[in-house]
Design a protein around this ligand. Structure first.
Ligand code: ADP
Length: 673
């Protein structure tokens, strides 16, 4: 085949040149025939014809060939001298030259005419081919409906995709108005139905393009969600010729988007329920939030949470979504929700009964519309059936797995919230009981303490009278009858006097302690210099006896305190400082005050025996002593009085001590202003 074509191509110029030769010869023949008539006139005129024919048929080169051949035969046969190629006359020579120029021009013009014709033919062919391809592509597209509309909105082309998506065949759709693809509404008029497509075409006309997403209707009446692009088509002079419309069925994408939005809402709702449960105490808001949310996510007429009590066989309808004015939870018999035979069954059976129950709980049916059913989900936590979540759905509601999941999730959260609340209530109840018991016991203890203190006070007080009698009579006995007693008798009498004196000191100390504990202390500004001076005067005799040296860094600061209690405290500290000193050492006592923020600290330091660290806490307790009475006399009450007094004035106390090197006791009270 290729070879044949080659031959054809090769033979084509030969034919062209052959035609040039033949045409020239024919022209010669005609001219010879006409010669008797023309008589040598216009010798070359007829020869212009073979030139034109050859140039038209074969192009430039055959045209030139015909021109040369014609010029040669014309001058040979018809231009004098006859049978010679070279004209002798100048006019004939010019005639020949003009003929040659005309021939060349005709050949060149024909050649360019031929070429442009060939080009335009090639262009038209390729245009036709590309149009054909475009048409095939558009018609073959399956995923998109691509079609054209006339100016009046009627469909003029229809591709395979359009047929596949809408179900309309080419034959039945061409010439129909675009409105056929729009869902018709039973509620609106035909004019109103037309409005939408007309508006779209209007916008495509004014703005060039209209892009939208909308519901479209298939031939079988079903709907699909479409992405639509309508474009106004204009010719070179900008006149509107019609519209192209590309439609794609994106129902699946829309469904996926909607399901994504739904699951986002669902997550958000569940989070909100979680937050509500965490944020507030159970009994109101969390349940309200949960029920409101579930009724927003799941189409239902009512959503109700109920708590079961298997001890009293009652059910408490806790709260209902969108209920107005139902403040108090309603309590109804449990049989409204479960038949009596189920009460004693195990958890599994109860759960199965609720889940499978087709009928609504009795208490709810009265307020529900006639057609519909209840979805009942048990509320179970910690293997305990706490109640149920009831949703009333109408007969037309489509109940999907997704809805089932949502209700189950919410029910699980509610169950946890209910259980937590129950446990919290139990803990709270226990804590309340415990607190009540502590309060009662504290009150009893306080009463007993008070009783004990007043008892100790009255005993101590009452003991002093007989003790004085013992002391007085023993003294008198010794003075009046001492000379009649032998040494042993005198010693016995002396021991009675000493023991009575010790007992008196003890009772005195106990009374002081009791006074410090019981007196109502009115705090006021007390000058410590005056207090210390008073004490030193009181203790003057005994300090002198002990040869104690006392240094007071005056003036001492003032404190907020109770004067007589302070005198008692300072007296106890100074007398201890003078007392607990080794016999060979002269007691040296130093007293000073210092500011510590808004408090004043009073120091009493000695050079005594010191106190071992392990005993430093102990000695502030009543009757705690580190030595026998025979070594250092005392009752063990002095520091207990200091401790109680300081505590009652809102202060603190402590000590720094090293054994053998002395002790520094301090008390700290608020500054007296
Ligand atoms: P009392 O002085 O009557 O023994 P206190 O309650 O005043 O009772 O003191 C308790 C104990 O603390 C004392 O028996 C003594 O052992 C110790 N004590 C108190 N003050 C000092 C001190 N300045 N130096 C050494 N020991 C002390």
């Amino acid at each position: 085949m290729a070879k044949l074509n080659m031959l054809r191509v090769n033979r084509l110029p030969l034919i062209h040149y052959g035609v040039a030769v033949l045409a020239s010869l024919l022209a010669l023949l005609f001219r010879l025939l006409l010669e008797p008539i023309l008589q040598g006139e216009a010798p070359l005129l007829l020869f212009i014809l073979p030139v034109m024919v050859s140039a038209w048929y074969g192009g430039f080169k055959p045209g030139i060939l015909a021109t040369i051949l014609s010029a040669l035969v014309g001058s040979y046969f018809f231009i004098p001298p006859i049978f010679s190629f070279v004209p002798t006359d100048l006019a004939d020579a010019i005639r020949c030259s003009i003929f040659l120029v005309e021939g060349i021009l005709i050949s060149a013009l024909n050649e360019s005419l031929r070429r442009s014709k060939q080009r335009s033919e090639a262009t038209a062919l390729s245009l036709k081919r590309s149009e054909e391809q475009s048409r095939l592509i558009i018609e073959g597209v399956q995923d998109y409906a691509i079609f054209m509309l006339g100016l009046d909105g009627r469909i003029v082309t229809w591709n395979d995709g359009a047929q596949g998506i809408t179900g309309y065949g080419v034959g039945e759709i061409l010439g129909r108005h675009l409105i056929i693809l729009y869902p018709s509404s039973s509620q609106t008029s035909e004019a109103a139905d037309h409005l939408k497509p007309q508006q779209e075409l209007q916008i495509a006309t004014t703005e060039g393009r209209f892009v939208s997403e909308d519901w479209q209707q298939r031939k079988d009446g079903s709907l699909f969600w479409a992405s639509i692009v309508t474009t106004g088509l204009r010719d070179e002079t900008r006149n509107l010729r019609g519209f192209s419309r590309i439609t794609r069925d994106i129902t699946e994408r829309k469904q996926a988007e909607e399901s994504l939005i739904r699951s986002a809402h669902r997550l958000e709702a569940l989070h909100e329920i979680d937050r509500a449960i965490l944020a507030t105490e159970f009994g109101g808001e969390p349940i309200g939030t949960a029920l409101d949310r579930v009724s927003q996510l799941v189409p239902c007429e009512r959503a109700i949470a109920t708590l079961f009590d298997f001890e009293t066989n009652t059910a408490q309808i806790l709260q209902e979504a969108r209920s107005e004015g139902e403040a108090n939870p309603e309590v109804v018999p449990l049989v409204f929700f479960l038949p009596e035979r189920v009460f004693q069954q195990d958890l599994q059976q109860k759960v199965e009964y609720i889940t499978a129950a087709q009928i609504c709980p009795i208490s709810l049916t009265r307020s529900l519309s006639a057609q519909g059913s209840c979805i009942r989900v048990p509320l179970v936590s910690d293997e305990i059936l706490l109640g149920e979540l009831t949703l009333f759905v109408t007969a037309t509601t489509e109940w999907s797995d997704e809805y089932q999941d949502i209700v189950t999730e919410v029910a699980n959260q509610l169950a946890i919230a209910l259980r937590q609340s129950q446990l919290r209530n139990q803990i709270q109840q226990k804590a309340d009981e415990l607190e009540q018991r502590v309060i009662e016991r504290t009150l009893k203890l306080q009463a007993a303490n008070q009783e004990l203190e007043s008892f100790a006070y009255s005993i101590s007080h009452d003991l002093r009278a007989p003790l004085r009698a013992i002391q007085g009579f023993a003294q008198a006995f010794l003075e009046d009858y001492g000379d009649r007693l032998d040494n042993l008798g005198q010693e016995y009498a002396q021991r009675i006097v000493t023991a009575a004196a010790r007992l008196d000191t003890l009772i005195q100390d106990l009374l002081n302690y009791s006074r410090v504990s019981r007196t109502d202390l009115q705090l006021q500004r007390i000058n410590l210099t005056a207090v210390v001076e008073d004490v030193l005067t009181q203790l003057g005799a005994s300090l002198q006896e002990q040869q104690a040296q006392v240094i007071v860094e005056k003036p001492l600061l003032s404190v907020l305190g109770h004067r007589s209690t302070l005198v008692q405290i300072v007296s106890n500290l100074i007398s201890n400082a003078a007392k607990f000193v080794p016999p060979e050492r002269t007691p040296q006592i130093k007293i000073w005050t210092e500011m510590r923020e808004d408090r004043v600290r009073l120091w009493v330091a000695d050079n005594g025996i010191g106190i071992a660290p392990q005993h430093q806490d102990r000695i502030f307790q009543i009757f705690e002593r580190l030595h026998g009475v025979e070594v250092y006399p005392g009752t063990g009450i002095g520091l207990a009085i200091v401790c109680k007094g300081v505590e009652r004035m809102g202060g603190q106390m402590g000590l720094e001590s090293q054994i053998g090197e002395g002790s520094q006791f301090w008390i700290e009270l608020r500054r007296g202003t």
